[in-house]
Design a protein. Structure first.
Lengths: 305, 758
């Protein structure tokens, strides 16, 4: 092929056309995936007039999936709105497997039917806060382990009768697993039964069937030894949402269940009572052997449910 | 409903009877025109009759269709000179005496002339700037001009150069056409449905240049013949095998190896064509490119075709495709393997009886797709769809009007297993029976105007009301038949009962859950309206522009969720898409250039149900993730001797995405969880859906090819590169690892192709 001036000119034209394309390569390709907003902290938990200490989960609204081991830049303050009394909550670090979280706590005693403001501020002056009203006092719930032999498959219902509350925040059983020993943390397992509430005249009752709930569902195949148990009942303040009628997906949305200003999450006001139930622990300890036989594949009557 | 259907059927029968009566007085000449060298039908060959005794009489003529079929009716008795011509072929001439027989068949094989076909003319017959009311016909020469990382052109790469066609990235194999979703595109392989023909790597489809005869691409406004999809039609006609001699080709590149063989099983009558392709990139990419490209794909195609050379042709074809790969090579969902397989078996016959004025076409076929995603051995979601159908089409001329009508019967089985997403869809199997009919007539009330009104009817015995879908297409040539300008338009109603649901939150999700209308048994529906104008500017430039509007209703889409791993529900949405395309083509002696620009806007909004509440406001509308506002494509091809250079530059404005605010942990207050004992569930807090836009996308691909003669055949060496200036085009941003995943970087390619037929 002979290169004539016309062909050189054509080649030059082509190169001239192509040159700007290379400039595009240096164009800005960066992306800002996160949106700036006046949302500073995530606050979860509840202030409890029945507890001797308060624990609240605080986390900055962060841009990585894990917080890691780093400290967080937060000052958490609890204020009695009426009296103006202020208490600084202290940081404590809890580790769950790979996850590290910060729970701020204080042993300040809170009073029923009072209004508190919890604020979380960073060193830049950004503040997230929530105002919480605590519920009134309610009578001790009546908790009984009724009838039956306690041996599966016969039912042995646990009945909890609650009265004098406007709204229930939670009903759960806390199990202490294994025998506590010095130097190793005590393990607990919690099971919630809020969805079992049946309304009776003047009382709210929870009926449970230990065989189904404890033996099969709760323990599954691990069959741990239950050394102690408590039934915990909490009444809720006026701000507490009707959680049973909201599905998980809706609950996860930032706008549906929140009372945090300039932040996300929910801080509730409750009054809890814990009823010690050693007889429930005894019952479950007795079932441990049966549970192990079922887990091993034996076809005994206790396993068929 | 049945009564209504039968009334319409009776109406169609009366129409057909009238049609029969009206035909009794005329002489009809028809036939098939083939290429003598290989037996391929010739599309666009001109057949002209000149009355030898009445020289003043108007010439009568017709052009052949995709099967090489032509038909001229209402011919007075007399003696005629017949001339059949096609550019690049020696014309056929004869004298014809018409008088006694009402139907005369002239089927001819044209001899190619020694000189090479004029690329200018060939391109002028197809080309991106030749658009008529949403329809563009694509030919192998069009595919060849677009660089791919392989020795052959491919329909997938070509379609992405068209304005209004959006791909989310260079993997996933999903094409969104003018606001529609991939499952709203009707893709036909020789008349038989193929569900998911685009390969997982976006350059490739099941339709390489070597297999394609031509493709009708309707970006909207398609006629009554097509039903069951609401966005677009991609009607692929494959080549027939060579009826005269055996030939073949083989190619190899870092991305793909392919092998094709074709030839006569019975010379001049029966031919076969077989092609097999298999991807290489997964195995070679770590060595050649130093990175993992975990994609496998391939396809097998076999076609046997028979013709009597006079009045009939039949073919049987088989296609099988497979795709498998990880869309995310790394990151949270990197174990998720997408895979899908298509199997299509089809048969098609075209015949015109010697004593009837019809062209009769029957197509029967079976289409199957299975698609799944998740862990390779335990997929999280699986979807299967199997369709068997028989379609019959009849075509005839009545004077200057052409009547097309037909019917179909289809049976579809669907199987679906979803373990995570789409909460309100239970695992299901479904059997859906449908039947339907259509009629359309092409009327020419004047030399300037052609109008094609049509009506499609679809009946589902269960669940759904009868679909009555009126359509209208029109072409107006202000300057008459030979005038330069052409203005065309189309309007129509379209319905879709089988819907493919994808989770639009997934980056490049290739999983489609096929199901019958999942919410309230409501069919998806669309109304298309479009108008186009095209004109040549001199001999070498062609310009076309088209404006369109689509209104869509009852589209099933996932409701927005704050937690991506949570199950979600489906809601019905409405939508609209509108835009404007501009296309300019330049044909030189050795040069081809194309510039296509598309502006479009697609908006979804709630019809009945909200997508959800968000910070106290109803989420009533959003731009879906395929809403690309601006798109520009530039294609340049240059031939110098035995060298051919091709370049394609693409620009696309940023696609919508949803910005999050950040992460936190939810504590389950319903369980009255104690923060000392509960780690909480990690949550990513999102803004309203699709409020932000990704950076713009652009890329340059190049290839240079040199062909060497080797004996009777030729070897083509092609060097090229994709993403020549190594633009970091974002594919998606993995928020969980704070890591961006880009589309393919600069990748040089070398391919070699041997073709036994020079």
């Amino acid at each position: 092929m002979i290169w004539t001036p016309i062909k050189y000119r054509r080649l030059f034209t082509v190169l001239l056309t192509a040159a700007p394309l290379y400039l595009f390569a240096s164009c800005d390709t960066s992306i800002e995936p996160f949106k700036e907003a006046d949302l500073y902290f995530s606050i979860w938990g509840y202030l409890d007039a029945g507890a001797d200490s308060q624990f609240v989960r605080v986390s900055p609204l962060r841009r990585s999936i894990s917080l890691g081991d780093q400290d967080i830049d937060a000052t958490v303050m609890l204020e009695d709105v009426e009296s103006g009394t202020k208490t600084i909550l202290r940081d404590s670090v809890f580790v769950f497997g790979q996850k590290t979280v910060h729970n701020y706590w204080s042993d300040v005693l809170l009073e029923h039917e009072k209004i508190y403001r919890l604020s979380v501020a960073n060193s830049a002056g950004d503040v997230s806060d929530a105002v919480v009203t605590l519920p009134k006092v309610f009578p001790d719930p009546d908790v009984t382990l009724q009838g039956g032999t306690g041996v599966p498959p016969e039912d042995t219902p646990l009945v909890i009768k609650i009265s004098g509350v406007d709204r229930i925040a939670g009903i759960k059983i806390v199990y202490q697993l294994g025998t506590p020993s010095e130097g190793s943390p005590t393990e607990y397992y919690e099971a919630s039964y809020l969805d079992r509430v049946v309304v009776w005249p003047d009382v709210l009752a929870v009926v449970m069937i230990p065989y189904d709930e404890f033996f099969r569902n709760t323990f599954s195949e691990s069959c741990p030894f239950v050394s102690d148990a408590w039934v915990v009942v909490a009444s809720a303040g006026p701000d507490w949402p009707d959680l049973l009628n909201i599905d998980d997906e809706t609950l996860a949305r930032p706008d549906v269940v929140t009372n945090i200003n300039n932040g996300v999450g929910f801080l509730g006001g409750v009054s809890s009572k814990a009823i010690h139930m050693p007889e429930l622990a005894d019952l479950l300890a007795g079932l441990q052997n049966l549970c192990r036989r079922c887990a091993a594949g034996e076809k005994i009557v206790a396993c068929i449910f | 409903m049945l009564r209504k259907f039968f009334r319409i059927a009776v109406f169609l029968s009366i129409l057909a009877a009238w049609n029969q009566a009206a035909s009794a007085q005329v002489i009809v000449v028809r036939g098939l025109i083939f290429d003598r060298s290989d037996g391929q039908p010739l599309l666009g060959a001109n057949v002209v009759l000149r009355d030898l005794k009445r020289e003043w009489a108007q010439l009568l003529g017709a052009a052949t269709d995709k099967d090489g079929f032509y038909q001229i009716s209402q011919i007075p008795a007399g003696t005629y000179a017949v001339r059949i011509s096609f550019v690049g072929y020696a014309a056929y001439t004869d004298t014809l005496s018409l008088g006694q027989a009402p139907f005369v068949t002239i089927s001819v094989e044209l001899e190619p002339v020694a000189q090479q076909l004029d690329e200018v003319v060939i391109a002028g017959e197809g080309g991106a700037a030749r658009i008529r009311a949403g329809l563009q016909t694509v030919r192998p020469a069009d595919l060849r001009r677009i660089p791919t990382p392989d020795a052959s052109g491919d329909l997938a790469t070509y379609l992405q150069t068209l304005p209004g066609v959006v791909s989310i990235g260079d993997r996933g194999g999903q094409l969104f056409i003018r606001g529609g979703t991939p499952s709203q595109n009707l893709v036909l392989l020789d008349g038989v449905l193929i569900y998911q023909p685009m390969h997982i790597l976006g350059f490739f489809s099941a339709f390489p240049e070597d297999l394609v005869s031509f493709v009708d691409v309707y970006a909207g406004g398609y006629g009554a013949r097509y039903s069951g999809r609401i966005s677009s039609v991609i009607d692929v006609t494959t080549r027939d095998g060579n009826r005269q001699f055996f030939e073949g080709s083989g190619s190899i590149s870092p991305f793909l190896t392919s092998f094709r063989i074709e030839g006569p099983l019975r010379k001049g009558r029966v031919s076969m064509l077989a092609s097999v392709r298999r991807s290489m990139i997964e195995g070679l990419s770590p060595t050649l490119y130093g990175r993992s490209l975990p994609f496998q794909f391939g396809d097998l195609f076999i076609k046997v075709q028979r013709t009597d050379g006079i009045s009939s042709k039949c073919s049987v074809s088989f296609m099988s495709t497979y795709d498998r790969g990880r869309i995310e090579a790394e990151g949270e969902h990197s174990d998720d393997v997408f895979q899908w397989n298509n199997v299509v078996v089809g048969a098609r016959c075209l015949v015109f009886p010697t004593n009837a004025p019809y062209l009769f076409e029957i197509t029967t076929g079976l289409s199957y797709v299975d698609s799944d995603v998740g862990n390779e051995n335990r997929p999280e979601r699986t979807s299967d769809a199997l369709q068997f159908g028989v379609d019959m089409h009849l075509k005839r001329l009545i004077g200057s009007a052409q009547l097309n009508f037909g019917s179909f019967v289809r049976m579809t089985w669907l199987g679906l297993q979803l373990r995570e997403q789409f909460l309100n869809i239970a695992p299901q199997e479904d059997l859906l029976f449908s039947t339907g009919a259509y009629a359309e007539t092409e009327l020419s009330p004047s030399e300037h105007l052609t109008i094609t009104p049509g009506l499609a009817l679809v009946l589902h015995p269960e669940y759904y009301p009868i679909s009555i879908e009126p359509r209208l297409r029109a072409v107006w040539k202000p300057g008459g038949k030979d005038g330069a300008d052409e203005i065309s338009g189309a309007i129509g109603l379209y319905k879709q009962t089988l819907v493919g649901v994808t989770d639009e939150r997934d980056a490049g999700s290739a999983f489609v859950a096929w199901m019958t209308a999942p919410v309230k048994t409501t069919q998806s529906e669309a109304v298309h309206g479009l108008i186009s104008w095209q004109r040549p500017v001199g001999r070498r430039i062609r310009f076309a522009t088209e404006a369109y509007y689509k209104r869509m209703t009852d589209l099933p889409i996932p409701t927005w969720s704050s937690v991506a791993s949570f199950t979600t529900t489906l809601a019905l949405a409405s939508g609209e898409s509108y835009g404007l395309d501009g296309r300019l083509e330049v044909f030189g002696e050795n040069i081809y250039g194309y510039v296509g620009y598309g502006y479009s806007e697609t908006l979804y909004f709630a019809s009945e149900d909200n997508f959800g509440l968000w910070y106290g406001e109803s989420v009533q509308e959003f731009h879906p993730p395929h809403d690309r506002r601006h798109q520009l494509n530039v294609v340049f091809s240059l031939e110098l001797g035995r060298f051919r250079a091709s370049a394609r530059w693409q620009y696309g404005s940023g696609l919508p995405f949803t910005q999050p605010y950040g992460f936190d942990e939810i504590i389950s207050l319903r369980d009255f969880a104690d923060v000392r004992r509960s780690p909480g569930t990690t949550r990513l807090l999102y803004d309203k859906p699709y409020q932000a836009r990704l950076p713009a996308y652009h890329r340059l691909d190049l290839s240079v090819e040199r062909v060497f003669d080797v004996g009777e055949g030729s070897i083509a060496f092609q060097v090229g590169a994709i993403n020549v200036y190594d633009r970091a085009n974002l594919f998606y941003f993995d928020l969980f690892t704070i890591r961006r995943v880009d589309q393919l970087p600069f990748l040089p390619t070398l391919s070699i192709k041997y073709d036994s037929n020079r």
